[in-house]
Design a protein around this ligand. Structure first.
Ligand code: SF4
Length: 185
């Protein structure tokens, strides 16, 4: 078992901008990106063993709350980061897609573990071979199961994405085309 301890960061960097005595100026999009990235509301869609690693990620040792994810949501309308942890059967796939479509923009998706990313060891007729067959995925976390540190890494990548993406990204034709390719309006 690894004895690597997660690093506690208490110093979220300020966005790039102009600083002077008594003032700081930056872009509105940078401030909104910073706020979004440190107030993610995850929706755990946990179906099997990877869900246990997600629970470990939230426990006091790894403490997912350090990332501003204090509030887990089990309601798609009050969540902006879908974390799919576990095997998704083809029968369950429409439910997952419905959950995704009920989430408000902007939203991000993490495929946690081999099953969510690619079907994992279950190369069978009944298992979806990766959730990206039905919804767009932003970050893939490898492993069977991934360790909580890897889930943390995945969350930090979503934080980077949410900080760097343009406020208008969701209005871009490329994004709409991506959703169209999944049959999502
Ligand atoms: S990736 Fe491995 S640990 Fe995770 S749900 Fe699949 S079989 Fe279980």
């Amino acid at each position: 078992m690894s004895d690597n301890k997660p690093v506690v960061r208490m110093d979220a960097p300020a966005p790039e901008g102009l600083e002077g005595e008594g003032f700081f100026a930056t872009k509105l999009s940078s401030v909104i990106g910073l706020a979004r990235s440190y107030s993610l509301w995850p929706l755990p869609f946990a179906t099997s063993c990877c869900g246990i690693e997600f629970m470990a990620f939230l426990n006091p040792t790894y403490d997912g709350s350090r990332f501003g994810m204090e509030r887990n949501s089990f309601s798609p309308r009050q969540a902006d980061m879908l974390m799919v942890c576990g095997t998704i059967s083809k029968k369950l796939a429409p439910i997952l897609k419905q959950v995704y479509t009920q989430m408000a923009e902007p939203k991000w998706v993490i495929a946690v573990g081999a099953c969510a990313s690619s079907g994992g060891i279950f190369d069978t007729y009944s298992v979806l071979q990766g959730i990206d067959k039905i919804i767009p995925v932003d970050v893939y976390v490898p492993g069977c199961p991934p360790r909580p540190e890897q889930i943390i890494e995945g969350v930090m990548q979503v934080q980077e994405l949410s900080q760097s993406e343009s406020l208008r990204r969701r209005d871009l034709p490329e994004y709409k085309a991506l959703l169209d390719s999944y049959g999502i309006e």
